[in-house]
Design a protein around this ligand. Structure first.
Ligand code: SF4
Length: 375
């Protein structure tokens, strides 16, 4: 099947999903009533230890300790016979071919196609989740493909993709599948792209970074209390992830969704950008995305464009060189400007590139280097 021919409606229909699957609080999901069994797509987890209280997962800061039969907060890790298993290995519920710009990655292999996969499950519970029908359910509730790592690579090549993206839901939670697929991808000269909430422990992240070429990490706010209420997580582990990915040399872009009444405070945005600049992220593109009313925040309006423009100006004043506005058709904030001569060097229309004035990684007007992985 040529996956590029699926429109958004068909994609959602083909990608998912258990009709009517409802959000469940993590505590409920962890109850023994949710006892799980292994199936064809189970694989022993790479990061866990045994404790007197059960198997403790060491993959993400949620730190689940699971008794026999229990499932983790992410809904795809289960304790069976004292061992921890992922039940999301080789069974993606979303498979699609996307422009790399959709991730969003604007400074990485522009205009290329990326083979994009996701399984069910997520380790956060964002009230504004745009993929809740796959992120807030378990792998046994979605309609899945049978696509082991070799098959993912084969399909990627058949669809003329330069990379594989682990995306849509939360790839941290299908870590073993990402890890094995990314190794096979590199053996076949395909790049690996990680689109994540960054909620992962340092050791597994470092191991995975050896096989990652690019990442976009969603920094959801710069407030621990907002992280807790809006996303069900903590801020510091995500900041740690940004530093680790940068130190590993993986190309990094950052996304911040501006949610009215939650994450649109310009003082907080200023602090976030100040932290990014102080910690050496000036050349890592920052994408401010427009919120659309979804899931549990359907009652809120979309982010006003003026707020996004103010956030962009604030970030640039704080010293971030490449700042974008996403989900606003026609915005000047979707283009790339040279930080030195300020000329428009990439003109975009949505995910399409209309003009590119970067040659060999340099601005073709003034010759300055433009940060990114351009080939
Ligand atoms: S990966 Fe899943 S099971 Fe492991 S700690 Fe995170 S939420 Fe819990």
């Amino acid at each position: 099947m040529d996956l590029r021919k699926l429109n958004k409606r068909a994609f959602i229909k083909n990608s998912c999903l258990a009709a009517g699957a409802a959000f469940m609080a993590p505590e409920l999901w962890k109850s023994p009533a949710a006892a799980e069994k292994l199936w064809k797509w189970s694989k022993e987890a790479l990061y866990y230890i045994q404790t007197p209280r059960g198997s403790k997962c060491l993959l993400c800061p949620a730190e689940c300790t699971l008794r026999e039969g229990e499932t983790g907060i992410c809904r795809n890790r289960v304790n069976v016979n004292g061992k921890l298993f992922s039940i999301a290995y080789g069974n993606p519920c979303a498979v699609h071919v996307d422009p790399i710009e959709k991730k969003p990655l604007f400074h990485f292999q522009p205009s290329s196609w990326s083979f994009s996969i996701a399984t069910a499950g997520c380790n956060l519970a964002c009230l504004n989740c745009q993929n809740w029908t796959i992120s807030q359910v378990g792998p046994k509730e979605t309609r899945n493909a049978d696509l082991m790592p070799d098959a993912v690579v084969k399909e990627s090549r058949a669809n003329n993709c330069k990379s594989i993206s682990y995306t849509y839901s939360e790839p941290v939670t299908f870590y073993e599948y990402v890890f094995d697929t990314s190794r096979v991808a590199h053996d076949n000269k395909l790049k690996n792209v990680f689109i994540s909430n960054g909620y992962i422990e340092e050791e597994p992240l470092k191991a995975l970074c050896k096989h990652l070429d690019a990442a976009n990490i969603n920094l959801k706010s710069f407030s621990d209390s907002i992280y807790l209420k809006l996303n069900g997580g903590k801020l510091q582990p995500v900041l740690n992830t940004l530093k680790t990915i940068k130190d590993c040399g993986t190309w990094l872009e950052i996304t911040n969704l501006v949610v009215p009444g939650w994450t649109d405070d310009l003082e907080m945005i200023k602090k976030m950008c100040g932290w990014l600049a102080e910690n050496g992220f000036q050349d890592n593109p920052l994408h401010f995305l427009r919120f659309q009313p979804l899931y549990k925040l359907e009652h809120l309006p979309p982010t006003p464009v003026a707020v996004l423009e103010s956030a962009r100006e604030t970030a640039m004043k704080e010293g971030i060189h490449y700042v974008y506005i996403g989900n606003v058709p026609g915005s000047k904030g979707q283009n790339t400007y040279c930080p030195d001569c300020h000329k428009e060097i990439i003109t975009r229309d949505g995910f399409r590139i209309d003009a590119n004035h970067i040659k060999n990684g340099k601005c073709s007007y003034c010759g300055s280097s433009i940060a990114g992985r351009w080939t």
